[in-house]
Design a protein around this ligand. Structure first.
Ligand SMILES: [Fe+2]
Length: 298
């Protein structure tokens, strides 16, 4: 009961907030934000790069605009086609492998295979469901800045889409990774609170604790598994937005360990390869409470 009251308070405090209370973006560091990595499938496609950078500039506008208004992207038929291919293929695997909460959340947010959803509409709906919201960003951000935004119940999201030559792959976050991977899970109040605790932690963490938080984020938000009605399901965005990782997670190639926070924060990972070890939580509430205690120890 006490817990419910605390959660309700946290939520109402954030549900009614306006974008005017967003913190300053000045401290945010960007990692070569307007440059594509050389191994990106679109790196030598001049037309793709121009389009990607244009969409990134809309995200930049969000920071510079005093009202922090999300600018919708007028996606081209080609971009819609890439989305349709990836979304349709992923959905087939997700029906078998994704957490029930995730599958329901996609419907609640109106995420469909036919069209790319706009951050503005998903952010509005998230606000109603869990007091979470989205803020557009041009690309990868330095870890502390990125995680700290979760303290404001805000997820930074890219708006551009991957290159047409490799619909199944992107080395950087794109709208598929955000909308099909991350965004649905924030409809769940326990998961939203858990994410916010990570954000609180990132703001006060020592560099060593920040590394631990990065691992916690990796093995939960990106690659988390959950036990539901005796079955193991996926809720991590890196799994849900990748056919290869999602299928691989349930094979003998992967050691699926019961979630143990101490062990998780000490497990290193390699982001450039398939994950050999994953952690299974017993519930989102457990994840939230364990993380709360951990952050309170900072
Ligand atoms: Fe991600």
């Amino acid at each position: 009961m006490l817990e419910q009251t605390a959660t309700a308070k946290t939520q109402s405090a954030f549900t009614n907030n306006s974008n005017a209370d967003m913190p300053e973006f000045e401290d945010m560091q960007f990692e070569k934000i307007n440059q594509l990595a050389l191994d990106h499938p679109g790196a030598s496609d001049e037309k793709y790069r121009t389009r990607r950078d244009y969409i990134a500039s809309l995200s930049k506008h969000f920071r510079e605009d005093s009202e922090h208004k999300i600018v919708d992207v007028d996606y081209t038929p080609e971009e819609q086609r890439i989305w349709q291919i990836v979304a349709t293929n992923l959905e087939k695997v997700q029906e078998r492998r994704a957490s029930k909460i995730y599958l329901e959340a996609k419907k609640k947010l109106g995420i469909r295979n036919e069209r790319i959803p706009q951050l503005s509409e998903m952010s509005k709906r998230l606000g109603e469901l869990s007091g979470f919201r989205l803020a557009p960003i041009e690309g990868l951000v330095e870890t502390r800045a990125f995680l700290s935004w979760l303290a404001y119940r805000t997820m930074l999201c890219t708006q551009y889409i991957r290159h047409a030559s490799r619909p199944e792959y992107t080395p950087e976050p794109d709208i598929v990774h955000e909308a099909i991977g991350h965004i649905p899970m924030f409809t769940n109040p326990d998961f939203a609170d858990f994410s916010q605790f990570i954000g609180h932690g990132a703001r006060i963490a020592t560099n060593e604790q920040l590394e631990e938080l990065g691992r916690l984020y990796w093995f939960t938000v990106e690659f988390g598994l959950v036990e539901e009605a005796g079955e193991i399901k996926a809720y991590g965005a890196g799994l849900l937005s990748s056919f290869g990782e999602l299928e691989n997670a349930f094979t003998d190639n992967v050691e699926r360990r019961p979630f143990d926070l101490e062990r998780v924060i000490n497990t290193t990972y390699d982001y450039s390869d398939m994950q050999p070890v994953l952690y299974v939580i017993s519930s989102y509430e457990y994840l939230k409470e364990t993380t709360r205690k951990y952050i309170e120890s900072f």
